[in-house]
Design a protein. Structure first.
Ligand code: HEC
Length: 184
């Protein structure tokens, strides 16, 4: 091997090594420099939103179970779902009149309000997945340690049918905002 080729190879090797060290080194420096704002009262950065939305979408595409809700929309299960929702979810995802809570208003990623964002056409298995696992680094909790499988399906049933409830469940649901669990 000629001397020139050898030194070219050495140069190339050093270049690769420098790149491998410089990129993580710069990231490490930025993280520890205190220049990344941790404030929840600032708008979400476009790059942050792009990375979070696209990684979640790609993950859900290959990992969402296609399971269909084993429960049918009968009053008893809709009422159970509505009660679970009012007690655990409404202060973030909103009541029938779209009101939420002071807490939800202060979150960095504002939770979607289900009275406005219709989930009725979403896959049962995907809604179940959100409630079961939650979403990392957002305020969406995982409920698989605290709710039973049947209770999660009752919630899925309720959120998909909240615009077409039987009269007894409808009256519970539309008056629930007058008795908020957490201050509005
Ligand atoms: C403390 C606030 C908070 C609570 C309580 C909460 N969530 Fe969420 N939820 C969120 C946030 C924030 C997101 C958005 C996550 C994302 O887009 O990455 C979310 C997303 C979701 C989604 C996905 C919506 C979509 O557009 O596909 C579903 C379904 C959901 N939540 C259901 C529930 C249910 C049911 C409960 C109660 C058992 C609940 N959540 C409780 C904050 C909350």
């Amino acid at each position: 091997m000629g001397a020139l080729v050898k030194s070219d190879l050495r140069g190339f090797g050093l270049g690769v090594l420098a790149t491998v060290l410089i990129i993580p080194g710069t990231a490490y420096g930025i993280i520890l420099s205190g220049s990344i704002s941790p404030r929840a009262d600032e708008p979400i950065q476009p790059l942050e939103r792009w990375a979070a939305e696209n990684s979640l979408r790609a993950y859900l595409k290959s990992n969402t179970p296609k399971t269909v809700n084993p429960l049918k929309p009968i009053s008893a299960d809709l009422k159970a779902g509505a009660t679970l929702y009012v007690h655990n979810c409404a202060f973030c995802h909103g009541y029938a009149n779209s009101s939420t809570s002071k807490t939800a208003h202060g979150l960095y990623l504002r939770p979607p309000v289900f009275a406005n964002d219709d989930l009725s056409e979403d896959e049962d298995g995907q809604i179940y997945w959100y409630i079961d696992h939650g979403v990392k680094l957002t305020s969406m909790p995982s409920y698989n340690k605290t709710l039973k499988e049947k209770e999660i399906w009752q919630l899925v049933l309720f959120v998909k049918n909240m615009k077409k409830l039987p009269p007894d469940v409808e009256s519970y649901w539309t008056t629930a905002a007058a008795h908020p669990v957490i201050e509005q």
